[in-house]
Design a protein around this ligand. Structure first.
Ligand code: CTP
Ligand code: MG
Length: 240
């Protein structure tokens, strides 16, 4: 029984602006994906990482990873496999799951776009799955109040409701799962369902209980240009 990580890294990064695929862009000189792989390999619980590359970029990603070996904090040996991804995040995760060897019983799914997640967060998610939770997500309380609206373009949007903020959580990755539960969730939605914006959302539809553990500020997702500024600042603070 092993714990593996699937890292979806096949996105274009449209919201970040023009350039290379987001996961391949540099953060303080090192590709975002390399930071993400190292963050996962830093966990003793993790012995295999499956990187899901842009559909036409698997060879390039393989080369890139070979040029950036895992840091010496890789206390347990971590194997890194690269597979080509799909047109949506969900499809990319499914392709990553299909590459897992038989002896993997627990899976973490981690966005390449969250390169700075601390190892303690990874360990906490992995431990909760090993302790028997079928689905675990790290999350934080919200700073902003959230409104539900009737979407409109080019005019003010009517507010429909204001959910109570103290009951809401902003969800991050790595999300951890019993392998069979996650595979079943992905298979089911591929056959009959609508997509979801995270993996736990698919598992919820199976009627399986998902639980939340504390997330971390540094597990934020690099989505827009300002997030690059923040990521560089976090790395500079770590070096200081
Ligand atoms: N992802 C993926 N395959 C896709 C789309 C997204 O593997 N077809 C991955 C991204 O590479 C990223 C993660 O899913 O690591 C979270 O997605 P997001 O932050 O939305 O990244 P992008 O889709 O690349 O960005 P954007 O939506 O701005 O284009
Ligand atoms: Mg996206």
């Amino acid at each position: 029984s092993r714990t593996a990580v699937v890292i979806p890294a096949a996105g274009r990064g449209v919201r970040l602006g023009p350039g290379a695929p987001k996961a391949l862009r540099a953060l303080s000189g090192t590709p975002m994906l390399v930071h993400a792989v190292r963050a996962m390999a830093a966990s003793r619980a993790v012995s295999l990482v499956v990187v899901v590359a842009p559909p036409d970029g698997a060879a390039e990603v393989r080369t890139l990873l070979d040029e950036h070996p895992l840091a010496d904090l890789d206390v347990t040996r971590t194997d890194v496999v690269v597979v080509p991804g799909g047109a949506t995040r969900q499809e990319s995760v499914r392709l990553g799951l299909a590459a897992l060897p038989d002896d993997v019983t627990a899976v973490l799914v981690h966005d390449a776009a969250r390169p700075l997640v601390p190892v303690d967060t990874v360990d906490a998610v992995a431990a909760a799955v090993r302790d028997g939770a079928p689905a675990v997500v790290p999350a934080l309380p919200l700073a902003d109040t959230v409104k539900q609206v009737e979407p409109r373009t080019g005019e003010p949007e009517p507010v429909v409701a204001t959910p109570e903020r103290s009951l809401l959580r902003a969800v991050q990755t790595p999300q951890g799962f019993d392998r069979r539960t996650l595979v079943e969730a992905h298979e089911k939605v591929a056959v009959e369902g609508e997509g979801a914006t995270d993996d736990a959302g698919l598992v919820e539809r199976l009627g399986v209980q998902v639980v939340v553990v504390p997330g971390h500020e540094e597990a934020f997702k690099v989505t827009r240009p300002l997030d690059l500024v923040l990521a560089e600042a976090v790395l500079a603070r770590r070096r200081a």
